[in-house]
Design a protein around this ligand. Structure first.
Ligand code: PMP
Ligand code: GLU
Length: 397
């Protein structure tokens, strides 16, 4: 069957595809070490589950307003003010089915055919494809590990054209775990100030910071840019709620109305039950987040040290999120079962097939020569992954 032309540029989500494959292998009885998707192994906090149970019990199971219940939109405004120092009115907030839908709706509402969106590489796999789905053109600006993945302001300025409609910022970042400093955010703000484009900040990993420094949004360091800032966030990572599908965006009224329109004619409201759970999550205690982050920090230290102890693997210590991005370039060109490993795709394939470790190749993140492993799994599983990685490297000729 002939499908729409715009799908020709779209690839399946590499993270979700590998995760599904690893889980299917596990279901077939294989002892797979799944370091694929960024999905916390913790359970959703009990008080959040209770709010959903209460929603079911009281029959809160009908459509809500497309943009979310008034109480949840207000709670999001309070969260944005309290945690992020950003002031929004409830009409400037839209509740979505996951952080993914916020970003998707934004690009659908914003872009015309051929409009450009600047994305820094390495990037989360879905940004370029979401831009393509909206008819836009992603403009990839590389960043360097040596610079802590901070973008070069001169490279941003070079990438800006009259067709640039938006620039995506993601700090803490997926897949690198890099966190932008105040100076980096100021430099980005200076680079875009003279150009009328939207700043989309994907703050999904806001709570997952290991530096001891508070989280910073570019709106905090450059308040003059607030009128063209879209903040996207969600509860998937902070509250271990990936399956509930709850995200939100806050920004300029016209854009939020446009995003609401897209949602009105596609999915309507995020689940009513999930919205009640989200209200509890955003207004309830935060100690579960603190204990999750403390545990992730320990796992990060253990896992990254273990990776760096394997000859041929090198891994920068991520300051946030929950991914280890390991440089495996020293292993490429070596032979495995008599055949040279050409790239990180082949390396990941061999690792999964023969050593039962699911790690995402860097290529779909715009980071060839790297593999991404999430460390949101138990220390035992991480240790097992390290042992298998070591065996794999030892098997290379
Ligand atoms: N942004 C980033 C950077 C992500 O890694 C993800 C994946 N969870 C999302 C947004 C979307 O999250 P979700 O749709 O699961 O809320
Ligand atoms: N964002 C997570 C990841 O990068 C979950 C999967 C996805 O939505 O991409 O693994």
């Amino acid at each position: 069957m002939k499908l729409a032309r715009r799908l020709q540029a779209i690839k399946p989500s590499a993270t979700l595809a590998l995760n599904a494959r690893a889980k299917a292998l596990a279901a077939s009885g294989k002892d797979v070490v799944v370091l694929a998707a960024g999905e916390p192994d913790f359970d959703t906090p009990e008080f959040v589950k209770q709010a959903a149970i209460e929603a079911l019990r009281t029959g809160f199971t009908k459509y809500t307003a497309t943009a979310g219940t008034p109480e949840l939109r207000e709670a999001i405004c309070r969260k944005l003010e309290k945690d992020n120092g950003l002031k929004y009115a409830p009409e400037q907030v839209v509740v979505t089915a996951g952080g993914k839908q916020s970003l998707y709706n934004c690009f659908q509402a914003l872009l015309d055919e051929g409009d450009e969106v600047i994305v820094f590489a390495p990037y989360w796999v879905s940004y370029p494809d979401m831009v393509h789905l909206a008819g836009g053109t992603p403009v990839i600006v590389p960043t360097r590990e040596e610079d802590g993945y901070a973008p070069d302001p001169a490279a941003i300025q070079k990438a800006l054209t009259p067709r640039t409609r938006a620039l995506v910022l993601n700090s803490p970042a997926n897949p690198t775990g890099a966190v932008y400093s105040r100076a980096t955010l100021e430099a980005i703000a200076d680079a875009v100030r003279g150009h009328d484009c939207l700043l989309v900040t994907d703050d999904m990993y806001e709570k997952l910071l290991y530096t001891g420094q508070p989280f910073l949004n570019i709106g905090n360091v450059a308040p003059d840019l607030l009128p063209r800032l879209l903040v996207s966030n969600g509860l998937s990572k902070s509250h271990a709620m990936t399956g509930w599908r709850l995200g939100y965006a806050a920004g300029p009224r016209a854009l939020i109305s446009g995003m609401q329109l897209v949602q009105d004619q596609s999915t309507s409201n995020a689940s009513s039950i999930t919205q009640k759970a989200a209200l509890a999550a955003l207004t309830g205690p935060t100690d579960t987040i603190t204990s999750m982050v403390n545990e992730y920090r320990e796992r990060r230290d253990l896992f990254v040290a273990g990776l760096n102890a394997i000859p041929g693997i090198r891994c920068r210590l991520p300051e946030g999120a929950f991914y280890a991005m390991a440089d495996v370039r020293a292993l490429l060109g070596k032979t495995y079962k008599g055949r040279p490993l050409a790239d990180s795709l082949q390396l990941s394939e061999a690792l999964l097939n023969d050593f039962l470790v699911a790690a995402v190749p860097g290529d779909p993140f715009g980071a060839p020569g790297y593999i991404r492993m999430s460390f949101v799994t138990s220390r035992e599983v991480l240790q097992k992954g390290l042992t298998r990685l070591r065996d794999f490297v030892a098997a290379l000729g």
